[in-house]
Write a protein that binds this ligand. Structure first.
Ligand code: PHE
Length: 450
């Protein structure tokens, strides 16, 4: 396949697209509940460390390959490897990435569907003045309704695939341009409100003063997986976006801006959600429902709570939409590199992911008692194994490819930071990021062994 000619229309558009991919459920839904299950502050500290030490170098590696290859991930890896006289089997790395985005998108769409339901409920004013007990029961009642959950999952899948069918660079840009800043603004409003609640101080200590006695291999693995998940790396999804990156843009600058925004959104939503949790004596370890209980509680006791809650879920939905589009892009781009047109490829991918999503969607109702491995439901499995294991593993292979297979001159020009910049990046990736990822992944075996 020849190189793609599509480009993001500006440097700003590229940054917005990558931020759109990075900021999503990972920051607002997943971060609080995974931090909650892993003790809070220590998890947060490790996550930030992993973003800096491994996330940034791997993110650069991934986008660099896309930019150097100017093709969808499978084709890019094959072409770049062949140019160096290496095996085209390197494209298997992208194959593994596609498997990962497939699995991630299957649950991502389900949880985004929950947000659709919550948006509609908020618009109808259902949570106005409701007590915390009523609000948490409402979530259980909703999740136990297989039809409603599947209906919302289906709706979200259609929304995603319509944009991907249009081609991301035209479909996505308008969405990113002005809606995302509004989400950040609303988060700040929420944090300002949180500062007036009794649980605020507790939330801050819980998130920011780590107790090193909490350290277990599982916390470390979860923090690494979350760092990769929230930065959208390790699954070749950003590689697909790198293919459309303008020629004259600094990759390092773009990546630093995106990572900073991404961590900021997680911090803001963490403070807001844990203030509610501690103000209302909720359980921080209560799992994936945490955000869906905490936010309605927060807004229901706030002035203008009804419209603000609706606005929040609308913006959250837009943020998850831009992430799910990124998750779908590598699959659709790779499939439509052959004879299939983009819309047909999007339809096929959409149907397959939708069908796979039925398993997590029904994990709270029809399939609640089906627990294939270690007592976990399909939802538990698919929300933990692909993010925590597959993404770091994929990232490892991507980083290896970028530092050992990709032609040096191509890497230097795709990085756009000169020879010395390249040397710093290679050094950090080879001697810090790769060994650390290997170490953490190996430590993942420890709890299984003991
Ligand atoms: N980063 C996205 C989020 O935080 C999820 C994602 C993971 C997107 C992997 C693309 C690839 O919601």
């Amino acid at each position: 396949m020849s190189e793609v000619v599509d480009r993001w229309s500006s440097r700003r558009a590229f940054i917005l697209a990558v931020t759109g991919a990075a900021v999503g459920l990972g920051n607002i839904w997943r971060f609080p509940y995974v931090a909650g299950e892993n003790g809070g502050a220590l998890f947060f500290l490790l996550y930030v460390f992993f973003v800096l030490a491994m996330g940034l170098p791997v993110m650069i590696a991934e986008i660099m390959i896309g930019r150097a290859g100017r093709r969808p991930p499978i084709q890019a890896l094959a072409a770049l490897a062949r140019e160096q006289g290496r095996s085209a089997k390197w494209s298997w790395v992208a194959g593994f990435g596609l498997l990962t985005v497939f699995l991630v998108l299957s649950f991502y769409s389900v949880v985004s569907g929950w947000s659709i339901e919550y948006l509609l409920s908020a618009v109808r004013g259902r949570f106005a003045g409701a007590s915390p007990d009523v609000i948490s029961q409402a979530l259980d009642v909703f999740l136990a309704n297989p039809w409603l959950v599947v209906l919302n999952h289906s709706l979200f899948m259609i929304l995603t695939m319509v944009i991907v069918a249009m081609g991301v660079s035209s479909g996505l840009e308008r969405l990113n341009n002005w809606l995302m800043p509004l989400l950040y603004l609303l988060l700040v409003v929420l944090v300002v409100y949180a500062a007036t609640t009794p649980g605020f101080a507790h939330a801050l200590t819980w998130l920011f003063s780590p107790k090193f006695t909490d350290l277990t291999p599982l916390v470390v693995v979860n923090a690494l997986g979350h760092a990769f998940f929230t930065l959208a790396i390790g699954a070749c999804a950003l590689m697909a976006y790198g293919a459309y990156m303008p020629e004259d843009q600094s990759l390092v600058k773009a990546v630093v801006i995106v990572a900073a925004l991404d961590v900021l959104v997680a911090v803001l939503s963490g403070i807001a959600i844990f203030s509610v949790v501690f103000s209302h004596h909720l359980d921080p370890t209560s799992g994936p429902g945490l955000m869906f209980v905490a936010l309605p509680i927060a807004f229901s006791s706030m002035p203008f709570g009804v419209p603000l809650l609706a606005a929040f879920f609308l913006l959250l939905l837009l943020a998850t939409w831009t992430s799910s589009i990124n998750l779908a892009e590598p699959m659709v781009a790779s499939l439509s590199a052959g004879k299939l047109s983009r819309p047909v490829a999007a339809l096929i991918v959409g149907i397959c992911v939708w069908a796979a999503g039925l398993l997590p969607a029904l994990s709270f109702s029809t399939l609640a008692n089906v627990r294939p491995i270690a007592g976990m439901t399909f939802f538990d499995l698919v929300t933990s194994v692909p993010p925590d294991i597959f993404l770091p593993l994929g990232g490892l292979m991507i980083a290896w490819f970028a530092t050992n297979v990709l032609a040096r001159h191509k890497a230097v020009s795709a990085l756009g930071a000169g020879e010395s910049g390249y040397r710093v990046w290679v050094g950090v990736t080879r001697y810090v990021a790769i060994p650390l990822v290997v170490l953490v992944l190996l430590s993942a075996l420890i709890p299984k062994l003991s």
